[in-house]
Design a protein around this ligand. Sequence first.
Ligand code: ZN
Length: 57
Amino acid sequence: MQCPDCEKHIGWDWLEDECIEPNEKFECPNCGVMLRYTIDEGTYFGAQHKTIEVVDD
Ligand SMILES: [Zn+2]
């Protein structure tokens, strides 16, 4: 997936290594913006579709 802000690649392996859960805020390792990802079950994209977004507080 890509960071929506800096468009650098963030690997799911990295998220797993950092133990970042869905809906949990984390910092983009490239630009430091606050991000969050969600998992939608059962979409057209397959069993699971992951979405990443910038957290706007
Ligand atoms: Zn970024």
